[in-house]
Design a protein around this ligand. Structure first.
Ligand code: H2U
Ligand code: ZN
Length: 342
């Protein structure tokens, strides 16, 4: 479904039903001249093993601990964790000023012992092993913490400290901002309609201009309300609220579509694309019947070397985008990832 020109061809706002917020879409603005900063891709590919990398097998980490000679995936407790399990409960308030102690756990997950790989260049069985680790870590952390956030910051542009293929998992007691919002919008939709919000989105988008890729289990689409230029949403075709619920077949299909997504992203501008990728699963230890498990990816680039800055208007008013989501989806679809997700 495309917007009628009376709206689609003029600056307009689109609603994000998942976060219940708006984005200003002003397509055509990408034609403006750019004399600002240019983002440069790393010129050399990293080596398969880097003796100075704190994530490579057998190397010493910053805290002095030595990594095992791991051969597949491997995870460890973050040495510089933002959340710690032993944090005692505590709360303080004075008038409008409030603070709460927050306990949790932060883990680092290495996808592969090979320093130069990405989820796009690992073998399908190796990507499946990463999917299994996402599920396992989520199940273990979910026994103790309601919110389990699996994510990856990819590329120095996104603050990744190291090219070694890795992601992070942060788990905590409190539901953070996005969890609270997505929990509320999905709950309200289910109460109102009896169906899952993102399932209804998927049904409405099927065969439409914002679909990027799909296989028997999963669909990648550019959401109608995307804020980042090439933002995508990865959705299951089946009901599932959390990663540990996925069956073997669903995990294999997920591995294939994630691998194809990473390849597609890198092929888009012919350079490793920076982005943050992460899962939103229902909070653990409570009812999740209104949730549909999904992943978001947020790449910040508008072109091979031009970044979209979320600054003045975005920080002070609301998100704004220059490239319309349908064009973004068309460009992503047109790219040859080298291999299909199906
Ligand atoms: P990022 O590349 O996304 O920053 O993730 C790397 C994480 O690894 C980061 O959170 C942790 C950092 O705290 N880390 C260790 O736990 N041990 C080290 O020796 C260095 C980095
Ligand atoms: Zn390494």
């Amino acid at each position: 479904m495309s917007l009628p020109p009376a709206i689609g061809a003029v600056p307009h706002r689109r609603h994000d039903p998942l976060r219940d917020e708006w984005v200003l879409v002003s397509s055509g603005r990408t034609r403006r001249p750019w004399q600002g900063r240019r983002e440069e891709a790393a010129a050399v590919r990293p080596p398969a093993y880097d003796p100075t990398c704190y994530l490579c097998p057998g190397n010493e980490r910053a805290g002095g601990v030595r990594n095992p000679a791991y051969r597949g995936t491997w995870s460890f407790e973050n040495d510089f964790a933002a959340l710690r399990p032993e944090t005692p409960p505590g709360a303080w308030s004075q008038g409008l000023l409030r603070a709460e102690a927050e306990a949790g756990s932060c883990r680092v997950l290495c996808y592969s012992p090979h320093h130069d790989r990405t989820l796009g260049s690992l073998a399908p069985a190796e990507v499946r092993a990463v999917v299994d680790r996402w599920a396992e870590e989520s199940a273990t952390l979910g026994e103790r913490w309601p919110w389990v956030q699996v994510f990856e910051n990819r590329g120095p542009e996104m603050g990744a400290s190291n090219p070694h293929p890795h992601g992070q998992i942060w788990a905590g007691e409190a539901l953070p901002r996005d969890a609270v919002r997505e929990d509320r919008t999905q709950r309200e939709h289910r109460e109102r309609t009896g169906s899952l919000l993102l399932r209804d989105v998927l049904d409405q988008e099927a065969g439409g201009p914002r679909i990027v890729d799909e296989n028997d289990g999963w669909v990648v689409l550019v959401p109608f309300w995307a804020t980042w230029p090439y933002e995508i949403l990865l959705l299951p075709r089946f009901p599932a609220a959390r990663l540990p619920e996925l069956s073997g077949e669903q995990r294999d299909a997920l591995g294939r579509i994630v691998r194809a997504l990473y390849r597609r992203y890198d092929a888009l501008f012919g350079r490793p694309l920076p982005f943050s990728f992460g899962w939103h699963q229902a909070p653990f230890g409570r009812d999740g019947a209104h949730w549909l498990l999904h992943a978001h990816a947020f790449p910040p680039l508008l072109g091979p070397d031009v970044r979209k800055f979320m600054v003045g208007y975005e920080l002070l008013s609301e998100a704004q985008r220059d490239l319309d989501p349908e064009t973004a989806a068309e460009r992503l679809r047109a790219v040859d990832p080298g291999e299909r997700a199906g």
